[in-house]
Design a protein. Structure first.
Length: 444
């Protein structure tokens, strides 16, 4: 086990964005788990580390030994940050995957330097191995003292980039009908059908992420760069959270765009809350996740803490539910992922049948999209978000995935419009517009 990190409170206040910009200029591998621009609560984590593998042996069943001490500091004081791709989970579950899929296990960093921002109090913690803590403290303090302005992330490329879509709206609509045929035949109850938009060319990932977070702040946003590959996310969906031996998941199923004025906005939120199809889609995933968590939680401990709650974000309204359970003795991070990943909100139900059929329908790997990202702590804490509303920059291209859950009640035109709604903000951050066919006023 690597040397644990030592932590201390920084006397100065630091702007997270300023620290990230200073750190990424010096470090090839870097992360920012971002609670959002101007977040009033929650935690953000910025740091660097050494490439590692998935820390699957970390146990999640240990309750917090000293609740008072836990409350006094950040939930992450050392561990790993990274992502886990969709095909790794599909492969482990026995579903077919493309030969072009990512290397199994995703990409991870073992944290060597960490700054933790408590957005409720404004307190900043710094952590590093004891021999490096003073130097890291000086680096962060120097950033805090910097008053020079930095460039405006709003300087965009105004839709000049070309976009290549994996499917046309007509092709995607035809796939929706094939999903409905499978549902009618009893092969699945729901299928999360996805597609991809590719923006060729070299991209400045840091500038793109700053535009993305400015336009669509989210409580589980993030930037992770490992071995030259970058994940940029404005994810609103917390997939898995573990702390003190309690595991939670918060699936999202059901989406509406924001309205152009307050009255229309409220109307869209109310429409989402009452929509029979969206509620059915959401509760199917709730039942699936209850079953998944029951495989690694104490019998009788599974609870539905919230059902069909409407949560509002800058670009969309979402229908969100919360399920929790107490981790069974010996539960590890690998055991939890084997039981629950890929997330039911990104597969459908029954899960194995849905993944098998989606492999045939989509015709290509999802990669990091529909996977998860975040941290796994040395102490058994864990916080992983869904890779949605996200961008992956790899070499000379960037990709944006988007999709939606298909049920028997799905209407193709509405599902196509939902994909366009979800993909529009990430593409705009890349300086691109939706392809003309997807951007049609008829669809949106």
């Amino acid at each position: 086990m690597p040397e644990p990190l030592s932590a201390r409170v920084l006397r100065d206040r630091v702007v997270p964005e300023a620290l990230f910009l200073a750190l990424e200029r010096e470090c090839a591998d870097v992360f920012w788990l971002d609670a959002g621009a101007d977040a009033p609560e929650g935690w953000s984590f910025i740091g660097t580390g050494a490439p590692s593998s998935l820390p699957g042996e970390v146990r999640l069943d240990a309750p917090t030994l000293d609740p008072a001490a836990a409350d006094a500091g950040p939930p992450l004081r050392g561990g790993w940050v990274g992502w886990y791709d969709y095909e790794s989970g599909a492969r482990a579950a026995g579903a077919p995957v493309s030969d072009a899929a990512d290397v199994p296990g995703g990409a991870w960093l073992r944290i060597s330097r960490l700054a933790a921002f408590d957005h409720t109090t404004g307190v900043v913690w710094v952590a590093a191995v004891e021999a490096d803590l003073d130097e890291w403290n000086v680096f962060v303090t120097r950033v805090a003292a910097t008053t020079a302005p930095y460039d405006d992330p709003a300087a965009n490329e105004a839709g000049s980039r070309r976009v290549v879509s994996r499917h046309t709206p007509t092709e995607y609509a035809a796939l929706i009908e094939r999903c409905r045929e499978l549902i009618r035949a009893g092969i699945a109850y729901q299928l999360c059908l996805t597609t991809r938009f590719t923006v060729p060319g070299v991209h400045d990932g840091v500038a793109v992420y700053r535009r993305l977070r400015a336009a669509t702040p989210a409580h589980h946003g993030g930037f992770i760069r490992i071995a030259g590959r970058s994940l940029l996310s404005a994810s609103p969906e917390q997939f898995l959270h573990a702390e003190g031996g309690v595991i939670r998941t918060r699936p999202i199923k059901g989406t509406r765009p924001r309205g152009t004025d307050a009255a229309r906005d409220a109307e869209l939120a109310s429409e989402l809350a009452a929509d029979v199809k969206e509620r059915a889609e959401n509760v199917m995933i709730v039942d699936l996740m209850r079953n998944d968590l029951s495989r690694v939680c104490e019998p009788g401990s599974i609870r539905v803490d919230a059902l069909w709650a409407v949560e509002t974000y800058p670009a969309v309204h979402q229908l969100v539910s919360t399920i929790s359970g107490t981790a069974a003795a010996g539960t590890t991070a690998t055991a939890l992922l084997d039981a629950s990943f890929p997330a039911g909100s990104m597969t459908g139900a029954p899960k194995l049948s849905a993944m098998t059929r989606l492999h045939d329908l989509e015709g290509a790997p999802r990669g990091v999209y529909a996977g998860c990202f975040g941290y796994i702590g040395d102490d058994g804490s864990l916080d992983l978000a869904m890779v949605i509303r996200s961008i992956v920059i790899d070499g000379a291209h960037a990709v944006v995935g988007a999709g939606g859950g298909i049920t028997w009640r799905s209407v193709a035109e509405s599902e196509v419009a939902e994909v366009a709604t979800k993909a529009r903000a990430p593409l705009a951050a890349l300086g691109a517009e939706m392809p003309a066919a997807w951007a049609s006023d008829i669809l949106n």
